[in-house]
Design a protein around this ligand. Structure first.
Ligand code: ADP
Length: 307
C-alpha cells in the first residue's frame, strides 16, 4: 500500500486556485520529486501533506492515515524541512539540534546513527549560531533537525533553493544515504537537473500534474527531435525564429537555442540551415541532442509553432 495517497486534491486561497485536482501515490522507499516552477503549488501541497493546511476537497492519506482525522499521529512519524529557514538563528547548531530532539522526546545520542554523515560535516561548527551558517550548511542543519526523531517519511520543500552547486550535490548524496536507511522521501525542487536524481517525479504546473513517471521514462516519451545551436546573438536569433516557417518549438537554453522539430531531421535540417543562412545568422555546432527533463517540461508546456 502506498505511503502517500492523494486523490483529486483541491486547494484555493480566495480566487487563487493553487491545486486543481491532484492525484498521485508515493511508494515506500522511494525518493519522489515534485518538480515545478515558482508558484506551481509545491508548498501548498507539502503543507497539506504535513498536516499544516487543510485541503478544500480530495482524499489524502499519509502513512495510511487520514490527514484530517489522524494528524497528530502522522506528525509523530514524519520529518519536514519547509521551504523557508525554520531554525532558531540565535541558537547554536548544537542547541538547535538538541531543541528538536527534545521536542520529540529523543536525544542526539539516540539517533546519531541516522544523522552521522551530515553531523560529521556540521560538528566543526557546532557552537556557531545557526543564523551565521552558509546557505548549504543551514540546509544540512535543517535536515538533521528534521531527521533527529527518526521519521519514516521525510518531506523536503525546495531544500536546495539558493544553495550553491557544490552543496546541492552534497545534499543529494546525503538524501541517497537517507533512502538507504529505509526512509521514504518526498522532495520538491524548481531545479530540473535534480529531477533525474529521484526514482519518480511529477511535473507540476499551475496546480496540475502534467506528467508523472520515472525521469528516464519521461525523457524516453519526449515528442520530437531536439537540436541545439550556439550563436553570439541569441536575442536576434530568437526574434528571427518567430518567422521560422517550420513546425517546431524553440527556446533559449543557457547560451544556446534549442529547437524541437516534429519531422525527420534529415529532411528538415538542410532547409532550416538554409533559412538561417538566408537571414544572415552566424551560428555554430548545430547538432541533435538527447533531451533533459527541462526540455521535456518545456515541450509539454509551451505552444508549438505552425501546428
Ligand atoms: P510554489 O511552492 O510552487 O512556489 P505555492 O504553493 O507557494 O507554490 O503557491 C501556489 C499559488 O498559491 C501561487 O499563486 C501563490 O501566490 C498562491 N498562494 C500561496 N500561498 C498563499 C496564501 N497564503 N494566500 C494567497 N495565495 C497564496
Amino acid at each position: 500500500m502506498s505511503i502517500i495517497s492523494v486523490t483529486d486534491l483541491h486547494k484555493s486561497y480566495g480566487s487563487v486556485h493553487a491545486l486543481k485536482g491532484i492525484s498521485f501515490n508515493v511508494e515506500e522507499g522511494e525518493i519522489y520529486g515534485v518538480v515545478g516552477p515558482d508558484g506551481a503549488g509545491k508548498s501548498t501541497l507539502f503543507n497539506i501533506l504535513t498536516t499544516l493546511l487543510l485541503p478544500d476537497s480530495g482524499e489524502v492519506s499519509v502513512l495510511h492515515k487520514d490527514i484530517r482525522k489522524d494528524f497528530l499521529e502522522i506528525r509523530k512519524y514524519i520529518g519536514y524541512l519547509p521551504g523557508t529557514f525554520s531554525l532558531y538563528p540565535d541558537l547554536s547548531v548544537e542547541e538547535n539540534l538538541i531543541f528538536f530532539a527534545t521536542m520529540y522526546q529523543s536525544s542526539i545520542k539516540e539517533n546519531m546513527g541516522i544523522i552521522k554523515p551530515i553531523w560529521q560535516q556540521l560538528s566543526p561548527f557546532k557552537n556557531r549560531p545557526a543564523g551565521k551558517l552558509s546557505g548549504g550548511m543551514k540546509q544540512k542543519l535543517a535536515l538533521c533537525c528534521a531527521l533527529i526523531h527518526k521519521p519514516i517519511l521525510l518531506f523536503l520543500d525546495e531544500p536546495t533553493t539558493g544553495v550553491d552547486p557544490v552543496s546541492r550535490k552534497e545534499f543529494w548524496e546525503i538524501l541517497k544515504t537517507i533512502q538507504q536507511q529505509n526512509i521514504s522521501v518526498l522532495v520538491s525542487t524548481p531545479y530540473m537537473d535534480e529531477a533525474t536524481l529521484c526514482d519518480r517525479i511529477a511535473l507540476l504546473q499551475e496546480g496540475q500534474f502534467i506528467k508523472m513517471d520515472s525521469p528516464q521514462a519521461i525523457i524516453d516519451s519526449f515528442q520530437g527531435n531536439l537540436v541545439t545551436l550556439h550563436t553570439h546573438d541569441i536575442f536576434n536569433l530568437l526574434h528571427l525564429m518567430e518567422q521560422c516557417p517550420f513546425h517546431c518549438n524553440f527556446y533559449p537554453y543557457g547560451e544556446h537555442l534549442h529547437v524541437i522539430f516534429y519531422e525527420d531531421l534529415t529532411t528538415i535540417l538542410p532547409s532550416f540551415e538554409k533559412f538561417l543562412q538566408d537571414n544572415n545568422q552566424i551560428y555554430n555546432n548545430i547538432q541533435q541532442i538527447k533531451p533533459t527533463i527541462e526540455d521535456c517540461f518545456i515541450e509539454i508546456t509551451t505552444e508549438k509553432k505552425n501546428l
